[in-house]
Design a protein around this ligand. Structure first.
Ligand SMILES: Cc1ncc(C[n+]2csc(CCOP(=O)(O)OP(=O)(O)O)c2C)c(N)n1
Ligand SMILES: [Mg+2]
Length: 224
């Protein structure tokens, strides 16, 4: 268990608020995109980019960087907002989101946007990609880690379970996977469309995965 100070938590909460503001502005100005799935992932992405990931905005392709794989690519506004605030490109570029010729397209493209590690849009592929990355780090005897963020509706894609089985089989202790359990997918509540519970017991589909559940979300600002 990693200890995080109260001051750091307050700093991260403030940063997450800032990212949420960016997400609203980006999707509102173009009247397009997925603000909901971006908002629900905001605390996870904030914690990763501002406390956990070893990345270098001045050298986005640094060989030894940690890799963040956004499997639910439609939530890229949160990724772009985090990358901009972390210094990978100018914050003002966020307002080009989903515009023609922008580097910030509606689904992330590898090689187009500094800091983006995978192409995504068709749900269900990110964990397989992450397993491959984890295996390659191990083969190269590298210490970098892989963090993969998936949606809960995305668990309906069978490929995620195949990837989880493979990750378990190979005991990939350099891979951390998140499922953003916001309870909703495009056409309704996850439990109505394809029930997932008990999700925790199914976690990783293999006993080799250590699983834990947490709650995220903005807390009301306290006056001091
Ligand atoms: C294979 C595939 N099928 C359908 C879609 C269309 N789609 C875009 S967003 C979305 C809902 C995803 O729900 P979830 O994974 O729970 O994401 P979140 O709630 O975090 O936005 C769907 C079905 C897609 N992108 N890929
Ligand atoms: Mg969802």
């Amino acid at each position: 268990m990693v200890e995080v100070s109260d001051a750091k938590i307050r700093e991260l909460e403030e940063k997450a608020r800032l990212l949420r503001r960016h997400i609203l502005k980006m999707t509102h100005q173009v009247q397009s995109g997925h603000p909901g799935g971006s908002m629900s992932a905001c605390d996870i992405v904030t914690a990763l980019y501002f406390d956990v990931l070893r990345v270098d905005p001045d050298n986005p392709t640094w060989t030894d960087r940690d890799r963040f794989v956004l499997s639910k690519g439609h939530a890229c506004p949160v990724l772009y907002a985090a990358l901009a605030e972390r210094g990978f490109f100018p914050v003002k570029e966020l307002m080009t989101f989903r515009r023609i010729n922008s580097r910030l397209q509606g689904h992330p493209e590898y090689g187009t946007t500094p800091g983006v590690e995978n192409a995504a849009g068709a749900e269900g592929q990110g964990l397989s990609f992450s397993v491959g990355l984890g295996l390659s780090a191990r083969l190269d005897r590298k210490a970098w880690r892989v963090y993969c963020l998936m949606g809960d509706g995305e668990q309906d894609v069978g490929q995620t379970w195949e990837a989880a089985l493979a990750g378990g089989k190979y005991h990939l202790d350099n891979l951390t996977a998140f499922i953003d359990r916001n309870g909703i997918q495009q056409e309704g509540r996850t439990e109505e469309i394809m029930p997932l519970e008990p999700l925790r017991r199914r976690g990783g589909a293999s006993p080799s995965w250590r699983t834990s559940c947490g709650t995220t979300g903005p807390r009301p600002r306290t006056r001091s």
